[in-house]
Design a protein around this ligand. Structure first.
Ligand code: KG4
Ligand code: ZN
Length: 332
């Protein structure tokens, strides 16, 4: 069963080819145009998807060594995301399915992030817990089976990726700032500065207080020392990153203890963070968990995760009609 999958929910245009659940190619075209605006500009993202989609699909087919006639189904990200971006991928996928007369598979982007953990082996057993941390979402999900998931905790305000990106912006770093904080944090002392940990009941998260605390912290220091950020960048990044990680993993630990689940995963763009990856593994050892982290290329937005989700949807006979439309918001 050979699936062509398309992801276009935000600012990455990606196409992957999978056969029987194995990824044969995963081509991703990023968009640098947004750097100068300090965030993703939806209209520019849609235009860039239109420019990228045909070359990206061609490259994915070529890399996989297959042709259109070999395809069994087409999968695409239906929701959630930027509507203009989603429309480019969904209309392309629908046209392709119609032209080739093959089934269409509509995929939920956050479900796909979770299932990125089923691409490599060894794979987690069911049920597993997944901390999904991206630019738009922060969730703790119980995954009962590939297509049955339950959100048991989520952010009440900013997502973890936004916490990274907004902190980076306050430090004068370009968008997206998450990978830059990660890079500078490697040379810094995470214990040098202390930022508050919000006390949110249950398994939910909040990151807006952290952003305000960082803003005041920087204002205080910069009034007496204008070179404060420049001279302490690595320690500031390491301290911010350490706090974001502790907020995330303290809740995940609580979720694991409450549910008794021992197979734990992380997913989403922020799971590419080197600090989060190593602290998650260490915590897993201490708590006796089996820990799983997707390879880097399957953490940030990619079509391989859409292909693997499409594979399970195909097995379940969960096909979408050609009348299906993209949706910016999605309910689980
Ligand atoms: O999953 P993703 O690619 O897109 C969404 O679905 O939102 O996640 C993007 C987010 C951005 O906020 C970006 O800054 C963050 O993931 N990110 C990172 C790292 N790589 C990407 N955050 C921290 N450290 C990283 N290495
Ligand atoms: Zn994503």
């Amino acid at each position: 069963m050979t699936i062509l999958a398309i992801e276009s929910s935000c600012d990455e245009t990606s196409c992957a080819i999978s056969s029987d659940g194995w990824i044969r190619s995963n081509v991703i075209a990023g968009q640098t145009i947004h750097e100068q605006y300090g965030g993703v500009v939806p209209e520019l993202a849609s235009r860039a998807h239109i420019q990228h989609i045909v070359p990206v699909v061609d490259a994915a087919l070529k890399k996989a060594g297959c042709e259109m006639k070999d395809l069994t189904a087409v999968a695409f990200t239906q929701s959630p995301g930027l509507i203009g971006s989603l429309l480019v991928g969904s209309e392309f996928a629908k046209s392709l399915a119609l032209a080739l007369d093959i089934p269409l598979l509509a995929v939920h982007h956050m479900q796909a992030h979770v299932l990125a953990n089923l691409i490599p082996t060894p794979r987690p057993g069911f049920p597993f817990l997944c901390l999904t941390v991206s630019g738009g979402h922060t969730q703790i999900v119980v995954c009962h089976s590939p297509l049955t998931m339950e959100v048991i905790g989520e952010t009440l305000d900013d997502a973890a990726g936004e916490a990274f990106d907004k902190s980076a912006k306050l430090l004068g770093l370009p968008y997206p700032g998450g990978p830059l904080i990660d890079k500078y944090a490697r040379d810094g002392n995470p214990a040098r500065f202390t930022f508050p940990e919000p006390q949110i009941p249950g398994l939910n998260f909040s990151f807006s207080g952290l952003k305000t605390a960082i803003l005041y912290f920087l204002q205080d220091h910069m009034t007496t020392d204008p070179g404060f950020v420049r001279d302490n960048l690595t320690d500031i990044c390491a301290s911010i990153q350490a706090r974001i990680i502790s907020i995330l993993l303290n809740k995940l630990k609580k979720a694991a203890r409450q549910t008794g689940i021992r197979d734990l995963c992380i997913a989403g763009g922020v799971s590419a963070n080197s600090g989060l990856r190593s602290v998650f593994r260490e915590l897993g050892k201490a708590e006796g968990w089996n820990t799983f982290i997707p390879p880097f290329e399957y953490c940030t937005d990619n079509a391989a995760m859409i292909a693997i989700t499409g594979y399970y949807k195909y097995l379940a006979g969960d096909f979408a009609p050609l009348s299906v439309s993209a949706s910016a918001r999605a309910v689980w």
